[in-house]
Design a protein around this ligand. Structure first.
Ligand code: SF4
Length: 496
């Protein structure tokens, strides 16, 4: 029997007697498998087992999950960490309800059009829930395949060759996952108990500490995408090997090329900056088809293609579809960022300014009302451009030695139902404003713009009544102080 087949048969046999009893293995209900796979990303099995039943009690079906609010799902997820997973699950459930009648599809390409489902999760659902031939490569399988076949192995191709030989993709894929979790561990693999010992290259070479090559740190690359249209306005698209429709990256026969814009997108450890061009073309190139714009929405695309089509105005997407993922944006000290306090008395006016603000904004364009914001301002760095004023302000009034920062932390947000990219949206944020050691709840207006390149721009002006915060600048016979200090925020934050 060839080696690959022996690996498959031995794994399947071993699994039938050594598999752990896990709740989703009782029925292989596709929804349950999906939940378990998402929970197991970044989270250890014992923790998942503590939360799994409780989550399903709260959301017993895809329909129930789709009906729930992000807040409810996040609350049920509390303790599992990586909360973006919870929000994506909820959005994914809504898409399954809408587009697939509440049933998770069988095909990997269809599964990958659901928010939060990538290549691994799609393969896991297709194989484990539906028993379809679909390869999966997670950290455990990557390690086993590297030890079995060597570090230069093409992991996805090898996983596909193996699962194609299996009697049951459900059993085989889980067998590899289980061998990876229980025997072929990163440190001290249990080779003496391993059913694959005789086929294992690392074992026969005495090199079982061999582990996958470390992933390189994040790399930045640039790519071009062309939105090429014919006379009828149709768009030239190519179907990739996952079955997804993608834009062409070169346009040798196109004319009238025009740069439309740029956006950033992250895939694994690649930070890709996409430049999007429009062009006109008449001839179809190899492996490409002309797609009518009315059909674009129905076809599966990777999200970066959807962003490019949106930039080209070819796809009138709702914000939900375009930037479905909730994101965290980091506010960091930057020359562009500005916090300004404007103070006046009857003689003079001055502005204390700083660009030392830090914090984070979490924003979900499809649910702006669930956004959060926290900004911390370094009060010691406030500068009025006058050293005497600076000293007076910091030592006498703000007492920055005792209270070096001022902060705003949101508690609720009132916003439109969704926010489209590049369109200013006015929202109202209520939160706790802390200044001079006193915290008050305030509601402030904020204008936000989502920039397609992965930034968010937030501006706000509101008034702070200084005595409310224990700051009392004495009036005297000559000088009347205006106690209402306008605060202006102009902040740019980058997606993490
Ligand atoms: S023999 Fe050892 S190194 Fe090879 S797959 Fe089994 S546990 Fe891993």
């Amino acid at each position: 029997m060839p080696t690959l087949e022996r690996i498959v048969r031995k794994s399947e046999r071993w699994f039938s007697t050594h598999q752990r009893e896990l709740p989703w293995r009782k029925t292989y209900n596709p929804y349950h498998v999906w939940i378990s796979e998402v929970m197991l990303q970044q989270t250890q099995m014992p923790v998942v087992l503590r939360f799994y039943d409780r989550f399903l009690d709260r959301f017993p079906s895809i329909a129930a999950l789709a009906r729930a609010s992000h807040d409810d799902v996040t609350a049920a997820w509390s303790g599992l960490g990586y909360y973006r997973r919870a929000r994506m699950l909820r959005d994914g459930a809504a898409v399954v309800q809408e587009r697939f009648g509440g049933t998770l599809p069988h095909r990997v390409d269809e599964l990958m059009t659901i928010p939060g489902i990538g290549r691994y999760t799609a393969g896991a659902i297709a194989s484990i829930a539906h028993d379809r031939v679909a390869p999966i490569v997670d950290g455990n399988i990557e390690r086993i395949l590297t030890r079995l076949f060597g570090p230069r192995t093409n992991l996805w191709r090898r996983a596909e060759e193996l699962v194609t030989l299996s009697r049951s993709p459900r059993i085989f894929n889980q067998a590899l996952m289980e061998i990876g979790a229980l025997l072929c561990r990163p440190q001290n693999p249990q080779c003496d108990r391993c059913p694959l010992r005789a086929e294992c290259r690392a074992f026969t070479r005495g090199n079982t500490q061999l582990a996958p090559r470390k992933r390189a740190g994040s790399i930045s690359i640039r790519r071009r995408l062309y939105v090429v249209r014919d006379r009828r306005g149709r768009i030239l698209m190519r179907r990739d090997r996952r079955g997804l429709f993608v834009l062409v990256r070169r346009s040798p026969l196109a004319v009238g090329r025009k740069w439309l814009g740029r956006f950033r997108h992250t895939i694994m450890n690649q930070q890709i900056s996409f430049d999007v061009f429009s062009a006109n073309g008449q001839r179809r190139t190899a492996n490409c088809s002309w797609i009518a714009t009315k059909d674009l929405e129905k076809l599966p695309h990777p999200s970066f293609v959807r962003k490019a089509l949106h930039l080209a105005g070819a796809l009138l997407l709702t914000a939900t579809a375009l930037f479905a993922e909730a994101r965290t944006y980091r506010i960091a000290p930057d020359a562009k960022n500005m916090v300004e306090f404007h103070a006046e008395d009857s003689y003079d006016a001055f502005d204390g300014r700083t660009n030392k603000a830090t914090g984070a904004i979490t924003a979900d364009p499809s649910k702006p009302g669930a956004s959060t914001v926290e900004v911390i301002i370094d009060m010691n760095s406030l500068d009025t451009a006058n050293s005497l004023r600076n000293r007076e302000m910091k030592e006498l009034y703000l007492e920055t030695k005792q209270h070096p920062t001022c902060s705003f932390k949101s508690t609720s947000v009132v916003a439109p139902e969704s926010i489209a990219s590049n369109s200013p949206a006015d929202i109202t944020v209520t939160g706790d404003f802390s200044l001079h050691g006193v915290t008050k709840r305030m509601t402030i207006p904020v204008r936000v713009v989502l920039i397609p390149d992965g930034r968010i721009h937030a501006t706000s002006t509101f008034k702070v009544h200084m005595p409310d915060f224990g700051i009392n600048v004495p009036n005297n016979i000559l000088v009347t102080v205006n106690n209402d200090v306008p605060v202006r925020l102009d902040l740019w934050a980058n997606a993490k």
